[in-house]
Design a protein around this ligand. Sequence first.
Ligand SMILES: [Zn+2]
Ligand SMILES: [Zn+2]
Ligand SMILES: [Zn+2]
Length: 258
Amino acid sequence: MPFTQLTITFLGTGTSAGIPMIGCSCAVCTSTNPKDKRLRSSILVQSPTTAVIVDTTPDFRYQMLRIHNSKLDAVLFTHPHKDHIAGLDDIRAYNFFQKKPMDVYANALTAEALKREFAYVFADKKYPGIPQINLHTIDETAFEIGDVQVQPFIVWHHKMPVFGFKFGKFTYITDANKIEDPVKEKIKPSDVIVLNALRNEQHISHFTLSEAIDLVQELKIPNAYFTHISHQLGKHDDVEKKLPAGIHLAYDGLTLNI
Ligand SMILES: [Zn+2]
Ligand SMILES: [Zn+2]
Ligand SMILES: [Zn+2]
């Protein structure tokens, strides 16, 4: 398949609580810099003909309104944590205007969670007006959605397998703190990688900032953007200026052309 031009939009770059966090009066949560306002982590991947979202966060509806999006062909899920699936009900608007079910791709663990947490969507007797979904349970086999090539791979979020996705030369990994060597080899040829970098202190299931930096340097990927950021990491501009060349914090609304 020929090379496809992709535009990546960061719809959200915050950890599960978002920034600001409810009730928090820290310097980050009260910052007036728009780059310190982080909805829950998700990206939109757009080719000239196809639009694919990775995860439907609790902020999904507002994220799509905020960028005036009117076309969505598929949802890819990384894992079943609530901050990555909670917004799924709002794909109803796309069902309504596109007049078809939404194609949803997930691993077996996430598919099982979707059936449990959105039981009404999968019920035999369906209430009118609920989301219409074509659920595809996938493994690490590459596939295509329109002209977008998708290579899923497994990374580890403590003990939970999480899908990372490689789209051509662009790799997206959220919610991980361990990547096995064969997967590292698979993602090394990327031009751009997105990794989670929660905060400076150790965490049981997320890379810290220094772990994420070390991994980018180990993989020798020239451009990196960090996401799934906690208010504990500090203000965007303060952290950004300390990062090595080629490494940046992502922020909501950032777009990349790959
Ligand atoms: Zn998360
Ligand atoms: Zn705070
Ligand atoms: Zn998670």
